[in-house]
Design a protein around this ligand. Structure first.
Ligand SMILES: NC(=O)c1ccc[n+]([C@@H]2O[C@H](COP(=O)([O-])OP(=O)(O)OC[C@H]3O[C@@H](n4cnc5c(N)ncnc54)[C@H](OP(=O)(O)O)[C@@H]3O)[C@@H](O)[C@H]2O)c1
Length: 229
């Protein structure tokens, strides 16, 4: 599998270091400087590329996804902060008969956490005496807040049938790779579900797994639905 890394920051570099374990070779690396104005996103530069993995910034991801669909390159997108445009992006990729896997969080553990959140929230619907919250903390350089993962955790609560208010909050400090917590509190007790990432390796492994899976397919898929749905 020949990979293009669209975005060569912390995630791009981690993916490159793990790629050989997945039978993958990185043949193209794009960052903000060599790809300004999407100049590198041409058929010539992508001639040898099987799959692109995109981890860039909230304001560049959508244009990159569209360009990759134009080029007919199956794409894995991990960038967060653009999901309010998911409907537009989905329509664009489908119209081009392209292939896309997206997720605000490619870690296996977080996707198991989502399943637990959905199930607990479904039970808590019948106990309105419990107040609910959703909280996350990330390193100070993270650009979007609250994280796409937190929004997805709350979405899982809603999918589980939870209709009561959920107080959402985010902290940005230090070097934290990502901690997400869902809690319920009553006069008698507190229930918390918490996922704590120890580093970026889990995200990178999930993205590489998604890259293997998307080859030869068309359509738009959410990672959690494909592997844990
Ligand atoms: N889904 C998940 O599992 C997951 C996990 C971790 C992070 N994320 C998200 O992934 C994104 C990237 O995270 P990160 O920690 O890798 O950030 P990062 O270290 O800031 O890296 C972002 C990279 O994107 C590059 N870039 C910016 N504009 C570009 C463009 N137009 N074309 C190509 N590359 C461009 C930047 O280039 P320069 O270096 O030249 O500025 C940088 O190398 C964030 O949105 C983060 O929230 C998702």
């Amino acid at each position: 599998m020949k990979l293009a890394l669209v975005g060569y920051g912390k995630m791009g570099r981690m993916i490159e270091s793990l790629a050989p374990e997945f039978g993958a070779e990185v043949v193209l690396r794009l960052d903000e400087f060599n790809n300004a104005g999407s100049v590198m996103m041409t058929p010539g530069h992508f001639a040898a590329v099987d799959v692109a993995i995109e981890f860039t910034t909230p304001h560049t991801a959508v244009a990159n996804i569209h360009k990759l669909a134009d080029l007919g390159i199956p794409t894995v997108v991990g960038t967060t902060g653009w999901l309010d445009q998911l409907d537009t992006v989905t329509a664009y990729v489908q119209q081009k008969n392209g292939a896309l896997v997206w997720s605000p969080n490619f870690s296996i553990g977080v996707n198991l956490f989502f399943a637990a959140v959905k199930q607990l929230a479904s039970r808590m619907q019948d106990y309105p005496e419990y107040g609910a919250w959703a909280w996350e903390i990330h390193h100070a350089a993270k650009k979007d807040a609250p994280s796409g993962t937190l929004k997805m955790a709350v979405e899982q609560m809603r999918r589980g049938g939870y209709t009561h208010p959920v107080d959402e909050s985010a902290s940005r400090a230090g070097a934290v790779p990502g901690t997400h917590e869902i809690g319920f509190d009553s006069p008698a007790d507190t229930i918390t579900l918490r996922h704590t990432a120890r580093g970026r390796e889990g995200f990178a492994r999930g993205a590489l797994k998604a890259a293997q899976w998307i080859q030869g397919k068309s359509g738009v898929y959410e990672f959690g639905e494909v592997f844990f749905g």
